[in-house]
Design a protein around this ligand. Structure first.
Ligand SMILES: [Zn+2]
Length: 316
């Protein structure tokens, strides 16, 4: 069968998720990237295998942390099927039920593409009643796979941290903790012009719609700020690294009482917008990237959840 792809080498421009695959190799000290572009004269649906190959060339699972579990969580024999992707932050039974309902309505969904892994500890048994095991059983029964891109997606361009920086229009942002050239954890950059802290918090509130926004004690809303660091999800362990970048403000989530104290003691204004609000924008962007790259059916989950509630309820 003729595959609808052409190899080109090297890419003139490394963009979001160029072509359907980007292969990075090292040649005499230089990084050479090649990409696989779809031949526009041949129309053939991108398969699940091609989707995953392309994604993993862009954000290799080999970049993941030792404790992480990126890649297939459940693969019920769907790799040769045309890809139909439901993108979410966290793979839950609610998201799986959403996928099944969409499938029953005639939508060709067969992959839940999640940021958070479903399986962290190896399963010792698979029984109904256990939340993870139940998802495994229900997913296989319904022919729906679950794939996760976690700490590899945190580091890459257009991943969780990079997209959060884009939401604040950070200029010339670079990783807070580089792991390789232009790749790494967090992003730090400058606002296009100095803003009063109060105006920056309004901008964050508008861009991310968090149910609550916490910020450091003793920070004046009237003080001008320009250099800002961001890291989607739980980023308090990077406070020391962020302080070394010269950032005045650090937007992240899941910060504890004494971590606010530690940031205050380093002269860093810590802003906690919550885990969901700081990572969900990257899922939105990923769905757009998949669409741009030619996946026939892509949708962002409506059942993704922020697992916290606030009282009184926040009306958005
Ligand atoms: Zn997360």
């Amino acid at each position: 069968m003729v595959k609808p792809y052409l190899w080109v080498s090297p890419c003139l421009e490394i963009s979001l998720f160029p072509g359907h695959a980007v292969i990075t190799r090292h040649n005499q000290g230089y990084t050479v990237r090649q990409c696989l572009l779809k031949d526009p004269t041949i129309t053939m649906a991108m398969t699940v295998a091609e989707l995953i190959t392309g994604f993993e060339a862009w954000a290799p699972p080999a970049w993941q942390e030792k404790w992480d579990n990126c890649g297939w969580q459940i693969e019920p024999g769907i790799c040769s099927e045309p890809a139909g992707v439901l993108v979410c932050l966290t793979p839950t039974l609610a998201v799986l039920e959403e996928a099944i309902a969409l499938k029953q309505q005639g939508n060709p969904v067969n992959v839940i593409f999640a940021h958070h892994p479903l399986i962290f500890s190896p399963l010792k048994s698979v029984q109904m009643g256990d939340p993870v095991a139940e998802m495994v059983l229900v997913a296989i029964r319904n022919g729906i796979g679950v794939y996760s891109a976690h700490t590899n997606f945190d580091q890459v361009a257009n991943g969780t941290a990079d997209v959060l920086g884009q939401k604040l229009h950070l200029q010339d942002s670079t990783p807070v903790v580089p792991t390789q050239p232009e790749v790494g954890y967090g992003r730090v950059g400058n606002l296009s012009e100095p803003l009063l802290l109060g105006d920056l918090l309004i901008q964050i509130q508008t861009a991310l719609s968090p149910p609550a926004l916490l910020y450091s004690p003793e920070a004046s809303l009237q003080q001008p700020v320009q250099r800002v660091a961001v890291l989607g999800g739980s980023g308090a362990s990077y406070i020391e690294d962020v302080a070394k970048t010269g950032a005045q403000v650090y937007l992240t989530s899941d910060c504890k009482f004494h971590q606010f104290q530690a940031a205050r003691d380093r002269g860093l204004i810590l802003v906690d917008a919550g885990h969901y609000a700081t990572e969900r924008p990257a899922c939105e962007k990923l769905a757009t990237i998949f669409q741009t790259q030619g996946v026939d059916w892509v949708r962002l989950s409506d059942r993704d959840e922020d697992f916290r509630q606030f009282f009184p309820a926040v009306v958005s």
